[in-house]
Design a protein around this ligand. Structure first.
Ligand code: CP
Ligand code: NVA
Length: 307
């Protein structure tokens, strides 16, 4: 079955062979772009990009990606559209579908991107919701393949606050055959619902999925260490949360407890010397800027396949 016409909202909606197709296309498009080979697969197509919250990578990589594919992207922020004056998401979806070939949305509540998809007659891409960040994890898996040669059988440990990024890691990496460990303190572990869904995938794909409350134990044997901000967009800074998460900081001492060849990842933006030390972020294990670059290639693959 082809991916044409599908929404890209939740990695759990996809089979392993479908995510493999996205990754293979991403590697191929990256090679083509580096060699300067034309790949205008979406000539004349338009992408509407709705941003309810800030972005650097997602906005720029989608916009540049559409240009490289021969298409066009429109940046829409709520204040500049009728969404900000109360036009419903459903009506907005119907209208945008009359002009554009695909819609990408970065929203607060996951229900908002679901509502958009319910009414849109063109594919909808989740550019981050409070629950999931699927495009990020496709770029991350492309990056892991570049550095490690494969995904299956590798151990990825996410340390820190359980959030949209860790939820999508639990889905995407499990589907692709990686063993996933979440190292989070009590109170900041994945929700029961997210655990239930990821556990079903882990059983299906024969991988391991565990939540560990000791950071050193969590990274033992890890091929990939991943972290993200303590406070996601829309969350207030809280001293209690910061205190709980500080022992999960990715620093040199923690990295030394993983496999010696482990790579360190972060979706960015990073809060240097909070969840990740500058020493590690700028050090030899870090691949954070490769991840950022691969947002471009992975999203071009998603666009080329679904539009
Ligand atoms: N990683 C990521 O989604 O970055 P932006 O918030 O800058 O888009
Ligand atoms: N968890 C972060 C990811 C930012 C790309 C957030 O939602 O703010």
């Amino acid at each position: 079955m082809s991916l044409r016409g599908r929404n890209f909202i939740d990695l759990a909606d996809f089979e392993r062979f479908e995510l493999r197709q996205v990754l293979d296309t991403a590697h191929d498009l990256k090679r083509k772009q580096k060699r300067g080979e034309p790949h205008e697969l979406l000539k004349g197509k338009s992408l509407a990009m709705i941003f309810m919250k800030s972005s650097t990578r997602t906005r720029v990589s989608f916009e540049v990606g559409m240009t490289q594919l021969g298409g066009h992207a429109l940046y829409l922020e709520p204040g500049g559209t009728q969404l900000g004056r109360g036009e419903t998401i459903g009506d907005t979806a119907l209208v945008l579908s009359r002009y554009c070939d695909v819609i990408m949305a970065r929203v607060y509540g996951h229900n908002e991107v679901m509502e958009l998809a319910k009414h849109a007659t063109v594919p909808v891409i989740n550019g981050l919701s409070d629950l999931l960040h699927p495009c990020q994890i496709m770029a991350d898996m492309q990056t892991i393949e570049e550095h490690k040669g494969n995904l299956e059988g590798l151990k990825i440990t996410y340390v820190g606050d359980s959030n949209n990024v860790s939820n999508s890691i639990m889905q995407g990496c499990t589907i692709m055959g990686m063993d996933v460990t979440i190292g989070s303190p009590k109170g900041y572990t994945p929700s029961d619902e997210m655990m239930k869904r990821a556990t079903a995938l882990s059983t299906r794909y024969g991988t391991t999925l565990e939540v560990v409350s000791n950071p050193s134990e969590a990274v033992k044997g890890a091929d990939v260490i991943y972290t993200d901000t303590f406070f996601s967009m829309g969350q207030e800074r809280e001293k209690e949360k910061e205190d709980a998460l500080m022992p999960f900081q990715v620093n040199k001492a923690l990295v030394s407890k993983a496999n010696s060849e482990a790579i360190v990842m972060h979706c960015l933006p990073a809060h240097r010397d909070e969840e990740l030390t500058s020493e590690v972020m700028d050090g030899p294990h870090s691949v954070v800027f490769d991840q950022a670059e691969n947002r471009l290639h992975a999203q071009k693959a998603i666009l080329a396949l679904i539009v």
